[in-house]
Design a protein around this ligand. Sequence first.
Ligand SMILES: [Zn+2]
Length: 387
Amino acid sequence: MFDSPALTSAVSNILQQNEPKHLTVKFRSENADTHQTDIRMNHYLVSRFRKKLKSLPVADYHGLKSPGLTCYLNSVLQVLFMTENFRDALKSPDQQRASKEPPIVDPELRRLFDDLQKQLAETRNITEKLGITDVFEQRDAAEYFEKILCMTSQDASKIFKGELNHRTTCCKCDMKNDSRSFFWILPLMVEDSRYKTYNLKQGLEAFFELQQVSGDDQIYCSHCDEKQNANIKWEITQHPDVLTLLLKRFTFDYKLRRYVKLHCKADVPQTLHMEKCTYELYAVVNHFGSLTGGHYTAEIKSYENGQWYSFNDGRVESVKLFFAKENPLRSSTAYILLYRKVSKEAPKTEGGDHDAQCAHTDVKAEGRSHETHRGDADVPHYQPDIL
Ligand SMILES: [Zn+2]
């Protein structure tokens, strides 16, 4: 039921645009004396109208203009924009900062996020702040995700910050040595296999499995005062609010003596359970194409309406991901995966300060430099959300 003549006219125009000639809009006028129009539209027309609206280039979110080939940056900026706590933390004014601290990118991000709430936005201020001089040189999305977080005030970046403990145990004297470090991203090795699907759940378990080192990999033990076989184990001592996982698709091939891209399929679960924490997938950064020519996009679940969207530079569209309730997402392009913590953990970190060092992802920009064109995109694993 529509009661505004202006809206009625707009509806008629939309319905008649590109419609078959035989389709007519039927309505009935009543009470002409008072110039009120009551239009009754049949069910078929209403559903056609809904479909038309869906296909119009009107999105709930806005894209980012790409001044060159900065899709690696656009995809991670959209992830940050769509992370509720991060966006909220940026709204609060900057704390007084000591001069020795590195420059922060908060004001530029805040301005960008304000723009993104209104229109297609551009990233020139951010690229300048990040020191990107050649916008046609494609770089690694994971590297820039970390770089932005390193240049963001702690109030905002702490959402992505976790802490790992690296424990080595001497196999001879049983002396234990703990070393803690923080991380933004957990890098997971994937296998170069066309036929085997990588299982992210198992890959994550393997990351935390006990490993024994021996031979050339022996570790110096200060108690024995010599190199010994040792057991090594990583454990998370502080679970981040957002757990970011990286599928290491760019890896050095020792046979070929160069970096290669791995295209294997990966099963990405919607939910992850880590000790007492439960995480829910809300963003996937994809890399399409090869090492020498690729393109990044991001699929992100809105915290505002629960819908998934595909962010592809300037284009944003509502999508339906190909997974049912408990099924994993199978993808040959998923590269960075972001999980939001949905249940709390019991505190595990003991009190007191300790020196934490950043655990980086080993993703080297130089291995991926001089990508001057976009490669052929693989088939996306989603479909546009058009009724
Ligand atoms: Zn020892």
